[in-house]
Design a protein around this ligand. Structure first.
Ligand SMILES: Nc1ncnc2c1ncn2[C@@H]1O[C@H](COP(=O)(O)OP(=O)(O)OP(=O)(O)O)[C@@H](O)[C@H]1O
Ligand SMILES: [Mg+2]
Length: 308
């Protein structure tokens, strides 16, 4: 549906987006995951023609975005990172205003507004002025605005930043509902858990570049599919250190007085590991197993953790 090739943008000396390429398939939620300054918003702004690329192509359904212009752009909806609403108007008036810009017919607009207020859970507050809304409500209305003209592709730029956990949860549910109704979504975030919860496929972006792209499973394979096994309890330190000699797939990560961490490839069951521990005289108080995650991929690719 969306095909990006060689997309590039510099600001002076800074390469904000550095020759990136990716495709978003119809019906999926595609994630663009990266820390502050990665180039996510610049990418979104180039797709919706707010920023002119230095080079590269953007195609929607096989049509070049810049040549085909408005006929293509009307299939695109954008929810900007910064909320853009009229605070003195209510939700219906805001939606009516944006809908009229797309020359929607009165009746069509009316029923679309009702539907979107329902989807975003704003029906009850629809006649209150936006300035009386919570941050989460404003973000949901911002999203409804992006959807007013029934775009095929919705660009969502960090829709959950700055809202409380409950509102964030609601927002993620709403995004899933929108996708289920058939809207394809390009979703940017710097929250790993959101990418894990929502996205069919994703790209990891840092310093303007795409470092990895694929399904979650494909991306997790980058870390070599190791589980981290953290054992707490009492044990003989020398024996604990020599355990990888007994179970050769095991690697020692760290060891302290009452805690030792090993890694084990996911294809080996943890049963044999537990048996080896017990036979070696471990008294286990607690055991935690961490599956490979997008977090560990990001650390491996960039040497940093993904934080604000
Ligand atoms: N108009 C501009 N002028 C100069 N530099 C800019 C401009 N817009 C963005 N940049 C720079 O380009 C880089 C990418 O910014 P961008 O806003 O695309 O990142 P982002 O991934 O959206 O980050 P965030 O998570 O903070 O929103 C940053 O280093 C930013 O400072
Ligand atoms: Mg941004």
């Amino acid at each position: 549906m969306l095909k990006i090739t060689n997309l590039t943008k510099s600001y002076g000396q800074l390469l904000a987006v550095d020759h990136i390429a990716f495709e978003v398939n119809e019906g999926e939620i595609f994630g663009l995951l990266g820390p502050n300054g990665a180039g996510k918003t610049t990418t979104i702004n180039m797709i919706c023609s707010l920023v002119k690329p230095d080079a590269g192509n953007i195609e929607l359904d096989g049509l070049d975005m810049h040549q085909a212009g408005d006929t293509v752009r009307k299939h695109l909806g954008v929810v900007p990172q910064e909320v853009a609403l009229y605070e003195d108007l209510n939700a219906i008036e805001n939606l009516r205003f944006w809908g009229s810009l797309y020359q929607m017919k009165k009746q069509e607009l009316k029923s679309r507004i009702e539907q979107l207020l329902e989807v975003t859970g704003l029906t009850e507050r629809a006649k209150d002025r936006v300035k009386t809304y919570s941050g989460g409500m404003k973000r949901r209305l911002n999203m409804a605005v992006g959807l007013i003209h029934q775009p095929k592709l919705l660009l969502l730029d960090e829709p959950t930043v700055g809202i409380d956990p409950q509102a964030r949860h609601n927002m993620l549910d709403t995004v899933k509902d929108i996708a289920k109704e058939g809207t394809t979504i390009l979703y940017t975030t710097h929250y790993m858990d959101e990418a894990e919860m929502l996205c069919n496929r994703l790209a990891i972006m840092d310093h303007g570049r795409i470092l990895a792209i694929g399904s979650q499973d494909e991306i997790k394979q980058i870390v070599g599919e190791n589980r981290l096994l953290r054992v707490m309890g009492s044990f003989d330190k020398l024996i604990a250190e020599s355990l990888p000699n007994k179970l050769k797939e095991l690697a020692l990560i760290s060891i302290a007085e009452n805690e030792v961490v090993y890694s084990l490839p996911v294809e080996y069951g943890t049963g044999e590991f537990l048996e080896t521990l017990i036979k070696s005289g471990f008294e286990i108080d607690n055991l935690s197993i961490n599956e490979p995650s997008l977090d560990s991929v990001f650390i491996k690719l960039t040497g940093r953790e993904l934080r604000d």
